[in-house]
Write a protein that binds this ligand. Sequence first.
Ligand code: C5P
Length: 238
Amino acid sequence: MADERLIVALDFHHFGDVKKLVTELGDSVKFYKVGMELFYSVGTDVLDWLKSLDKKIFLDLKLCDIPNTTANGLCSLMNLGADIMNIHATGGFTMMKTAADKLREESARLGIAKPKLIAVTILTSINQSDWEGLGYGATEISAQVVRLAKLAKSAGVDGVVASPQEAKLIRENCGDDFLIITPGIRPAGADINDQSRISTPAAALKNGANYLVIGRPITKAENPKDAAQKILAEIKGI
Ligand code: C5P
């Protein structure tokens, strides 16, 4: 059975590229992330197609709006059958709590499994100079990430997206009953692209991550299946 801790990011414009990659990866990958690039160009068909192959889906649209709009937007998306959906923690406690409560109520009303609701803390691409530009200079990024993770947990959100470098701190502060999804994963020697706060797949899991979101190290590899299998071998048994 495929290791569901690996989520491959389908950052493509064209459905044809998705079909090619998912078919090539076959049974080795069960979980896929559909983000803005793909959803805004292809729409809901891609989710139907992945579901028809019995794949799991993380719908990564990072909603951030006023509480009512975010909560209702999530309820509209819930009908698409994703297993994980997300919002920005910087939308604040009231937004996160309204979204979490509404999703719980609405899934119970419809009699369907509630998708996990995850909050993005601080994007893994934010580096120290971006951080200072945002005016948070005096606060450590990691301290802010932990603060947002605790806020998300108290609002009833199921977990967070965070850099693998912050996973350990989040685990220590938020306990075991809280999901940590880490993008910014780079196998040793891989191109870091536009990411900043990165780590290897094994290190991220050892530090407490539940899921690894990996895009370009697999999707842009000469042989994606080989790249995925190397990562799966690296994390086996951790
Ligand atoms: O190609 P790469 O492995 O960098 O892809 C990482 C994926 O994770 C991208 O789809 C990106 O949007 C997403 N992501 C991220 N950092 C976050 C949240 C999501 O890199 N904080």
